[in-house]
Write a new protein. Structure first.
Length: 306
């Protein structure tokens, strides 16, 4: 059979950069806190890499990372989650990671179809979704596109979804961003912080992100959008919204208030002293809230007495 030629844009800036990335990625997997399987699921958009952990018979939970963070973003959370669930941490197609895209992604509906195909390949008919940043946008997109397949949702610092980005975020991306890109080869030496200001750790994931920021090409994705009031009110899956107190995409407290007004019944909390990547910045707090919510335990906003 003749291989289908890829029409997808490149994921990495160079072959050498891809090799450095894969070495750093594998180093993080060596630090994975629980037993896991690396799975490669064929889809119409390409092969999708998934890190599976937890009991095979446990309820399934799909973990969707922020842009460029890869499935390894969930390293601080997977042990707590895998005690109760079968977790599937996904390298989102079209972004840097071990997934291999074969064509350009043109709409959010194609992303929904892709994630449905990933679920089919995993043998999962219905699952809970936990998403961070861009992954949270994809989770909401899935709940709107294929509501029959989404059990529950946890959205952590979602990109757009409920509110637009603040002027401070646009300043960082539009003013500082081009300057950062113009640094070229020096990016690798200067990449010491994530775009949300969170310092890169010196562990394996921190080293992986430093390589990612230096070697990844422009991601192939769709721009996250703010969903309408009617769309948000139509969501059937119970949803938990968690936003870091130090969120830079928007004001955390204002965004939570707006989300709860537009989506009645939404549970939510601002995580004290947490950055945009709250699940990584404050894993203990976030893990407890997420596990309780996914298990249907009512206490998610304040669990100190539990």
């Amino acid at each position: 059979m003749t291989p289908i030629a890829s029409t997808a844009p490149p994921v990495f800036r160079s072959v050498e950069g891809k090799a450095r990335f894969m070495t750093a990625y594998d180093a993080v997997l060596k630090e994975w806190p629980v037993e896991y399987q690396s799975l490669n699921i064929p889809t119409s958009l390409g092969v999708t890499h998934v890190i599976a952990s937890g009991p095979l018979t446990a309820p399934p939970v799909l973990l969707l990372p922020s842009m460029a963070a890869t499935a390894t973003l969930w390293q601080p959370n997977v042990a707590a989650l895998s005690r109760h669930f079968r977790t599937y941490a996904i390298d989102v197609i079209g972004q840097v990671g071990k997934s291999i895209p074969t064509r350009r992604i043109r709409s959010r509906h194609e992303f929904a179809d892709w994630l449905g195909e990933v679920m089919d390949g995993l043998g999962v008919r219905r699952a809970s979704l936990v998403g961070s940043s861009y992954g949270a946008f994809l989770a909401m997109n899935q709940a709107l596109s294929m509501p029959e397949r989404v059990e529950r949702m946890v959205l952590i610092g979602p990109a757009a979804t409920f509110v637009g980005f603040s002027w401070k975020f646009y300043y960082t991306m539009l003013i500082k961003g081009p300057i950062f890109r113009l640094l070229g080869k020096r990016r690798r030496q200067l990449a010491t912080k994530l775009p949300d200001g969170m310092p890169l750790a010196t562990n394996g994931w921190g080293r992986l992100m430093a390589v990612t920021m230096a070697e990844s090409a422009r991601p192939n994705l769709v721009t996250p959008r703010v969903f309408s009031k009617s769309e948000l009110r139509s969501v059937r899956a119970p949803t938990l919204l968690l936003i870091g107190e130090k969120e830079r995409l928007y004001d955390a407290h204002a965004a939570l208030k707006i989300a709860q007004e537009r989506m009645p019944g939404l549970a939510g909390a601002v995580i004290a002293d947490a950055p945009h990547l709250a699940a990584m910045g404050r894993p203990g707090d976030v893990n407890e809230r997420v596990v309780r919510f996914l298990r249907g335990i009512a206490c998610v906003v304040r669990c100190d007495a539990a």
